[in-house]
Write a protein that binds this ligand. Structure first.
Ligand SMILES: [Zn+2]
Length: 178
């Protein structure tokens, strides 16, 4: 699916909110009505590959750290890259990078990166593959936001979420206790 960079996110409504998974265990989920406006970044598809250019190394490395520390809206399913020339064949595990690639060409979920006050960037987790394997260069303001993202700044109610803007009344689902 394609969305213009910096367009308002419309994949789920603000009322449906964002769902954050605890990445360590994958068994706890917090759903919060979004108190921030979401802006799309990195929703690419064939024919609309986005801007390209060399990404600063510090950005690439920080982006990978964000991808490792966040799982957002993973419930919405597996998202396959269609910039890759060939569809993934059935024998190839979706989470293993293709030969010559650094990141898998399919992914689940998204990430959130705090932007200007009241806004967060919403990118698919495939953005790592787009940057590292397809030369995608996101908008400058997103690059700056990733570099400025302090991953130690966490929700007070849910300190296992590497994102600061989770309200205390967010809804918790704990699969171990259900
Ligand atoms: Zn690809």
């Amino acid at each position: 699916m394609y969305y213009d960079d910096l367009s308002p996110y419309a994949y789920s409504t603000p009322e449906e909110g964002d769902n954050f998974t605890e990445v360590e265990t994958g068994t706890r989920f917090v759903t919060a009505r979004c108190a921030y406006q979401r802006l799309n970044v990195g929703w690419l598809e064939t024919g609309r590959p986005g801007t390209s250019g060399p990404a600063p190394a510090a950005f690439t490395s920080k982006l990978l750290t964000v991808l490792k520390s966040q799982g957002v809206n993973e419930t919405l399913g597996l998202h396959e890259c269609d910039l890759c020339a060939e569809p993934l064949d059935d024998a190839h595990p979706w989470y293993v990078p293709r030969p010559g690639h650094r990141r898998a060409s399919a992914g689940t979920g998204e990430i959130r990166v705090p932007g200007a006050p009241g806004t967060a960037y919403a990118a698919p987790s495939l953005i790592g593959h787009y940057v590292l394997d397809h030369g995608y260069l996101p908008p400058r303001e997103f690059i700056d936001a990733v570099l400025a993202f302090d991953l130690r700044d966490r929700s007070t109610a849910y300190p296992w979420i590497a994102f600061p803007w989770i309200p205390d009344d967010a809804e918790l689902y704990d699969a171990l206790n259900e």
